[in-house]
Design a protein around this ligand. Structure first.
Ligand code: SF4
Length: 298
C-alpha cells in the first residue's frame, strides 16, 4: 500500500505562533487562555499539562494574564476583558487581523457587511462583535433570504473553502443585480493551500484519511472537499481511531490534516500504516462497499 501525504497539510503558522506564545508566557507567569486556542483536543490537553488554564469567559480567569486565541476577538470583548484588570495577551493570527481590517474598510466606504462563515464560530463572533448591523451567511438559502441593500461588502471567515465563498458571492450578485457587491477575499493562504492539496490528493487515492479535531472547521471542510473526489474518506483525531478494514483493497492512501493538527499526530498516523499487515495482493472484496463514504465519529 502506497501512502501519500498532501503537499500542504497540518498546523499553520498562526496556530504554531499562538502555541509558542502561550508556552513562552506560561514559563514566566500563570496564564489563562480564553476559549480553545485551537480546535484540537490533543493540543489543548498538552497545554493543560503545562499548567496553562483554558476558560471560556474572562470572569472565569483566575490569573492576571489572559490570552486571546488565534481566532481573534472584537474590540468590545478586548475592552471588557481589560476592564476586569486583566493583562490581555493577543495571539490573534495576522490573517484574522486582515479579515477584520477588510471588513472595517468596506464599512467605512458605506457597504453593508456580509460575512461568509459559521455564525457561532469564535472567529466570526470576533468579526461581528462590534457591529450594529450585519449578516452572516453560509448557504445559498441564506443568501437568497438576505434583505436588499444598495451596497453589500463581503468578506469570509479565513478557513472557508474559496470555491464555496466565490460561489456564494456570485449568487449574491445574481440575487441583487441592482446592488453593488464588493468582495474582499479573506480566506487565508494556508487554508487555500491545504484545500487545493486535498483536491490533488483525493484525485489519486483510493482512500483519504483526514486528521484533525472533531470541531475544527477547516478539518471538516477538508473532509467535504476530499469526498468530492474520493468515495472513501475517513476523519480521525488520532491514529487510535484508524481501523484496518477501511483500507482493504486500497493501493493508495492519502493523508491530509487540518491547520490545528500537530506534526506528531500526522507522524503517528503514517507510522500506523507501516505497522499494519494489509498487503494489497491478499486483500478481499468483502468490505469494499460497506465502508465507503464512512465518516468516523471522531
Ligand atoms: S487557519 Fe489561517 S487565519 Fe487561522 S490561524 Fe491559521 S493561518 Fe491564521
Amino acid at each position: 500500500m502506497k501512502i501519500i501525504r498532501a503537499e500542504h497539510l497540518g498546523m499553520c503558522f498562526g496556530v504554531r505562533d499562538a502555541i509558542a506564545l502561550a508556552l513562552e508566557t506560561a514559563k514566566q507567569e500563570p496564564l489563562t487562555i480564553l476559549g480553545d486556542l485551537v480546535h484540537n483536543e490533543i493540543v489543548l490537553a498538552e497545554l493543560r499539562a503545562k499548567g496553562i488554564r483554558i476558560e471560556q469567559q474572562p470572569a472565569e480567569a483566575n490569573t492576571r494574564t489572559v490570552m486571546i486565541t488565534a481566532h481573534g476577538a472584537s474590540e468590545r470583548k478586548l475592552r471588557e476583558t481589560r476592564s476586569r484588570g486583566l493583562n490581555v495577551l493577543e495571539a490573534t493570527c495576522p490573517l484574522v487581523h486582515v479579515a477584520h481590517r477588510s471588513l472595517a474598510k468596506l464599512m467605512g466606504e458605506g457597504f453593508h457587511p456580509v460575512i461568509i462563515g459559521q455564525r457561532d464560530h469564535v472567529e466570526v463572533r470576533g468579526m461581528t462583535g462590534d457591529l450594529a448591523a450585519f449578516d452572516v451567511v453560509l448557504s445559498e438559502a441564506e443568501v437568497m433570504n438576505l434583505k436588499v441593500q444598495p451596497r453589500f461588502g463581503v468578506v469570509s471567515q479565513t478557513t472557508q473553502p474559496i470555491d464555496k465563498v466565490r460561489q456564494l458571492v456570485r449568487l449574491l450578485r445574481e440575487r441583487f443585480p441592482q446592488s453593488e457587491v464588493r468582495f474582499i477575499d479573506t480566506v487565508c493562504q494556508p487554508t487555500k493551500q491545504r484545500q487545493s492539496a486535498a483536491v490533488e490528493l483525493a484525485q489519486k487515492c483510493d482512500v483519504v484519511v483526514v486528521i484533525g479535531g472533531a470541531h475544527s472547521n477547516n478539518t471538516q471542510e477538508l473532509v467535504k472537499t476530499s469526498l468530492r473526489f474520493c468515495r472513501r474518506v475517513y476523519h480521525v483525531q488520532t491514529a487510535a481511531d484508524l481501523r484496518e478494514e477501511w483500507f482493504h483493497n486500497a493501493n493508495t492512501v492519502g493523508i491530509t490534516a487540518g491547520t490545528s493538527t500537530p506534526d506528531a499526530g500526522i507522524n503517528e498516523v503514517e507510522l500506523w500504516f507501516k505497522t499494519i499487515a494489509v498487503p494489497a495482493a491478499a486483500q478481499t472484496n468483502r468490505t469494499k462497499e460497506k465502508h465507503e463514504l464512512a465518516f468516523h465519529p471522531a
